[in-house]
Design a protein around this ligand. Structure first.
Ligand code: URP
Ligand code: ZN
Ligand code: ZN
Length: 432
């Protein structure tokens, strides 16, 4: 019998905290040995010479086989979504079990567990709360949180899911009592509705007006408000998909006064801008997501806030809708106005390569920060560290071997998802 199932030999092991030349011994799915030169036999030896060996990615914000917040159907199954995640270096996903208003939560969590059995990597869910009724808050959530689903998610916008300030506080109260983190989609719903009405009323339904209807200010206001509500009950929160200086500034101010607020951003906000929403509806729909893509100065601000620690996590916010499907982006018809086009972009597989290329290769962050942003920090925040997010003795052997010099042009053809396009078609990246 071999000493190890697998030895990964000759690579440079990059953790968030350190970089070392080491061989890795794996047995029964766990890392059991780390040494400069590992002696012993193995069933399989992987030559990692010249490569970076990193903890597999933890993508803590992705929508997989989930009922949509607007209209349309998610293009991905658990099988195709997690397959494509793995092909981009991600070995754990945290997706969403979503409550519709008026529904109870437990049956939907059970049904979602059932769907997720197709997954080919590890997973968990955040529970989306759209209706914090007495039954949900008093009878259902305590047991579910205690069973290990320790993060909730709420939307401040989207008519189907949005919760108002009083409802937010009800969710915070139960999270605080039973020990769950709350993740927030922060945009001011009423301002968005007002702007949408004005734009659509003036005949301005082109996709570029999606960015007009939800400017940075609506994100800033909602961030600031939800932070104040969290501060009121001393409830830890994470703001999802921060896109701009305005929102990051509010988060930074709160962090400085000791509020437990964490922040993530996503690759789309590093490489897309509002200009990408121009063109015809079909073209614009490919990048239409919420919050809207912003500007080059905002992209620069995000990197600054990553380096100063405001933003600690980069997730995909994978939200896949097909372009050519009656239940996809254009569920409301071929030439639908921006407010009736499904929101979201696919990105499970391209998340880590884009962050590596834009971040490490372009000198904005180093390789250890890359590991922190794409794996370790999410593992810590969502309670799966040190099983995930580190290469150390006893950790799960969830590992990606990174070729830092490989040049790839992203195309739909090379990806392993089931969505019928990528918003990054033709983009060159270095590292895979
Ligand atoms: O546009 C996006 N991000 N769609 C997915 C749902 C959400 O907002 O998180
Ligand atoms: Zn969101
Ligand atoms: Zn999302």
């Amino acid at each position: 019998m071999s000493d190890f199932d697998v030895i990964i030999k000759g690579g440079v092991v990059v953790n968030a905290s350190d970089t070392t030349r080491a061989d890795i011994g794996i047995k029964d799915g766990r890392i059991v040995a780390l040494a400069e030169t590992l002696a012993g036999s193995a069933t399989r030896t992987i030559d990692a010479a010249g490569r970076m060996v990193m903890p597999g990615g933890v993508d803590s914000h992705c929508h997989i086989a989930q009922p949509s917040s607007g209209g349309g159907q998610n293009a991905e199954s658990w099988e195709s979504g997690t397959r494509s995640a793995a092909c981009g270096g991600t070995t754990t996903v945290i997706a969403f079990s979503s409550q519709e208003k008026g529904e109870s939560i437990k049956p939907m969590v059970d049904a979602y567990h059932e769907k997720a059995k197709q997954a080919c990597i590890d997973y968990s869910f955040h529970i989306i709360i759209s209706d914090p009724s007495d039954t949900v808050v008093n009878d259902e959530l305590p047991g579910l949180i205690e069973s290990g689903l320790r993060s909730l998610k709420l939307f401040m916008t989207y008519p189907k899911n949005r919760v108002d300030d009083r409802e937010i506080l009800r969710i915070f109260e139960v999270a605080r009592r039973y020990g769950a983190l709350v993740c927030v989609h922060a945009e001011n719903h009423d301002a968005i509705m007002y702007m949408t009405e004005k734009l659509i009323g003036a005949g301005l339904g082109a996709t570029k007006y999606h960015a007009w209807c939800k400017p940075a200010l609506v994100e800033r206001e909602a961030c600031q408000r939800v932070i104040m509500l969290a501060e009121l009950l001393d409830q830890p929160i994470q703001i999802f998909h921060v896109t701009c200086e305005e929102a990051a500034e509010e988060i930074r101010r709160a962090q400085h006064r000791g509020v437990k607020v964490f922040a993530e951003t996503c690759p789309q906000y590093f490489v897309l801008t509002a200009d990408d929403l121009e063109g015809d509806q079909r073209q614009g729909a490919r990048v239409l997501c919420s919050p809207a893509p912003r500007s080059v100065p905002d992209q620069q601000a995000l990197w600054r806030h990553i380096n100063s620690g405001t933003i600690g996590n980069v997730t995909s916010d994978h939200a896949p809708y097909n372009i050519d499907a009656v239940d996809g982006k254009f569920w409301a018809g071929d030439n639908a106005p921006f407010n009736q086009i499904a929101n979201g972009v696919p990105g499970l597989e391209t998340r880590m390569p884009i962050v590596f290329s834009e971040g490490v290769v372009k000198g904005r962050i180093d390789a250890q920060q890359f590991v922190a942003l794409t794996s370790t920090n999410a593992a810590k925040l969502f309670g799966v560290y040190p099983q995930k997010g580190t290469i150390s003795i006893g950790a799960d052997a969830d590992i990606c071997i990174w070729d830092a010099e490989k040049k790839v042009t992203i195309t739909q053809e090379m990806l392993h998802h089931d969505t019928d396009y990528t918003p990054y078609e033709g983009m060159d990246v270095t590292g895979w």
